[in-house]
Design a protein around this ligand. Structure first.
Ligand code: AMP
Ligand code: MG
Length: 339
């Protein structure tokens, strides 16, 4: 087996990464959300290598990343009016917009759909790599399919060593959860397919008419026809059995006192949530932004600790909290106890 190279983010490394991508290779790239597994979005063979490296089902579409607004024109057949307002307000940034795809995008990239998800990342290294390539980069999260998304180059290395030639190390991802995914309905409607750092409240500044897709909060059947295919797959699954405990800090402590055993680990906001309790505990942050930033690292840490059974304090469901809740709900296989 060969060893995957970890590159820096200096100009030479960016140039080398672009060389690999031009040759049809797959490279791990940093973005502000999570690390991506990038390949030339126009090159069917290169894109197939992404699916292979991840073990990703072929019907789960990739997001196409651009570095300049003008690139969008050859990717879509139509730009909805609201997409322009959203691009002005939220790009470059963690928002993916679904639009009707042009024939330039191979079906392999769009998972067989006639639409394509497009995003312009704000991460400078990501933008430099895309610019140096001169073509858009298709990239899903750089984890093995089903594992928590990677928020550091080391996470990518742990999952992808020997599967891809190189990873560009851009440091720890500042947002920490994948992009918000939206599609457009009629003249002035937005449908939220996957919550992210750009919140429902943010989107409502563009239009009042924001609908939350049922896949955001509900368990979907693997055979169901869904608007955001990624949502139906088992996701972010750590080895431990996680249960979300919905209640305040005191209720949480009382619940753990009564129900915890020697196999229990706690996933809490801050130390005071486990005050007076004798259980190993991992903090994932007090604010929704902090929780988004740390969530996937903490899920990987729980695996490294060998945690068996985890009681997690349930995040807020508004603002960025909805994104954290959506991911944690899946990591917990939808097990929630309301106190
Ligand atoms: P990942 O980057 O691994 O989180 O995967 C990208 C996710 O974006 C997919 O799993 C889908 O849920 C969503 N997505 C990408 N392209 C489309 C599309 N054309 N239509 C609907 N959802 C999409
Ligand atoms: Mg993913």
């Amino acid at each position: 087996m060969f060893e995957t190279k970890i590159l820096g983010r200096d100009d030479k490394s960016v140039e080398y990464a672009a060389e690999l991508l031009k040759r049809g290779e797959v490279v791990g790239i940093p973005t502000e959300t999570v690390y991506g597994l990038g390949a030339n979005a126009f090159d069917e063979n290169a894109v197939r290598k992404i699916f292979e490296a991840k073990g990703r089902p072929a019907d789960n579409p990739l997001i196409v990343h651009i570095s300049e607004l003008s690139q969008i024109e050859e990717l879509v057949t139509e730009i909805p009016r609201l997409a322009i307002s959203c691009a002005e307000k939220f790009w470059a940034g963690p928002l993916t917009m679904i639009m009707p795809k042009s024939p330039r995008i191979p079906m392999a990239t769009s998972g067989g759909l006639d639409t394509v998800g497009i995003r312009m990342p704000s991460d400078e290294t990501a933008r430099k790599i895309i610019s140096a390539c001169g073509f858009p980069i298709a990239a899903p999260s750089a984890n093995l399919s089903g594992s928590p998304s990677p928020t550091s180059a080391q996470h990518v290395f742990n999952d992808m060593n020997g599967r891809i030639p190189a990873i560009v190390d851009g440091g720890y991802c500042c947002v920490g959860v994948e992009s918000t995914v939206i599609s457009f309905e009629g003249r002035d409607g937005i449908r939220l397919l996957r919550p992210g750092f750009i919140s429902v409240e943010d989107l409502k500044e563009v239009t009042e008419n924001v609908l939350i897709d049922k896949g955001v909060l509900a368990m979907l059947d693997e055979n169901a026809a869904v608007s955001s295919p990624g949502m139906k797959y088992k996701h972010y699954a750590p080895k431990a059995e996680i249960t979300l405990i919905e209640g305040n800090s005191e209720q949480f402590r009382n619940f753990v006192k009564e129900n915890g055993n020697d196999k229990t680990t706690l996933m809490i906001f801050e130390d005071s949530d486990s005050a007076g309790l004798d259980f190993s505990a991992v903090c994932y942050g007090k604010t929704s932004e902090e929780q988004a930033h740390k969530l996937f690292d903490v899920l990987r840490e729980l695996d490294n600790m060998g945690a068996h059974q985890v009681y997690a304090r349930c995040p807020a469901k508004n603002g960025v909290g909805l994104a954290v809740y959506n991911r944690l709900l899946r990591a917990a296989a939808f097990r929630v106890i309301k106190l």
